[in-house]
Unconditional design. Structure first.
Length: 324
């Protein structure tokens, strides 16, 4: 009886291995959707486009970007969370994926998704946000900006991609660290927020370098500071908040996720493809040119990084408190 049981177990295992191998060999059989939970023009979209093109080459099927903006990223992330876990729907998200569920709980709302609904595949970039103003603004340094905010509490408006998003949280950190008060004006994504800054509807914002580097280089925007600990590769002359005596740090990373429950062979296939994408010189060049050099982490390292970062961001949201 024991031999028969072991024989059946061995046959079942062999069948599972064969099925898994067949699943991996067949995947993908149709185009893949890469959900970007922000409108075109923001960091996630800027990184997603070269990644999608290269990932499609690696997988042998087109990877089609679907921009699904709203609620600081919650609309698109929630949509991706409801997809079938078969590898045919992926998510390109920013670090806001970790912030939004905690913000919903703080506001006593049902979260649009849970972090447990996603499996990290690869981190692509990781950049501190940058404080920018229009080039014709009267502030030429962080000190100028902070002093102006102190003189007129609530008078300066700053834009963001949405409440508790990756453009709102760092500015709230700056307010707390510098003991100033500004007015938050949320938009549907980084792209619209940057356009509002250029148009004079807001006076400042914090965003990843990829959203504003070309505008800084073109002389349309001015960078005053960043939320990192080391000099930025794209903007080495811009000081950090920490170097100016302000305790505020924030990294806006981008990463690719699959749905929890996606078959392990499909996850492994995606990991292999993303390793190749991260090493693709064309992809690295395009992303670096936008101001966000590739800072690749494979799934295990990304998972550990994500857990630690999520805990830190949840704490930051609780410090900010309820915002309506």
């Amino acid at each position: 009886m024991r031999k028969l049981a072991w024989s059946k177990a061995a046959l079942a295992l062999a069948a599972w291995i064969a099925a898994a191998a067949a699943c991996a060999a067949a995947y993908p059989e149709r185009p893949i959707t890469l959900v970007v939970p922000f409108p075109p023009g923001g960091v996630a979209d800027t990184v997603a486009r070269p990644v999608a093109e290269a990932l499609g080459r690696e997988l042998g099927q087109p990877v089609v970007i679907e921009n699904k903006a709203g609620a600081g990223g919650a609309v698109g992330i929630g949509q991706a969370a409801r997809a079938k876990p078969d590898g045919n729907t992926l998510l390109m998200s920013l670090s806001s994926i970790s912030i939004l569920p905690e913000a919903d709980r703080l506001l006593e709302r049902k979260p649009a998704y849970g972090l447990e609904q996603f499996v990290p595949i690869a981190r692509v970039t990781a950049d501190p946000t940058v404080l920018v103003v229009r080039a014709d603004a009267p502030w030429h340094s962080l000190q100028d900006f902070v002093q102006a905010a102190r003189r007129q509490p609530g008078k300066l408006d700053y834009g963001s991609s949405g409440i508790y998003g990756t453009m709102h949280v760092p500015m709230a950190m700056l307010e707390n660290a510098a003991d100033i008060r500004m007015t938050h004006v949320p938009f549907t994504g980084a792209g619209p927020a940057v356009q509002a800054l250029l148009g004079g509807q807001v006076q400042a914002l914090a965003t990843g370098p990829a959203s504003v580097l070309q505008l800084i280089q073109a002389g349309r925007l001015r960078a005053l500071a960043h939320w990192g600990e080391q000099a930025l590769q794209a903007l080495p002359e811009v000081p950090s908040l920490a170097s100016q005596g302000l305790d505020a740090r924030f990294v806006q990373w981008s990463g690719v996720f699959a749905l929890a429950g996606t078959p392990a062979p499909v996850i492994e296939r995606l990991r292999q493809a993303m390793r190749a994408v991260a090493q693709d010189e064309k992809v690295r060049g395009l992303i670096a040119a936008s101001g966000s050099p590739v800072m690749y982490l494979d799934a295990p390292e990304f998972d550990a990084y994500w857990k630690k970062d999520s805990a830190s961001l949840a704490q930051a949201v609780r410090r900010i408190g309820k915002v309506q």
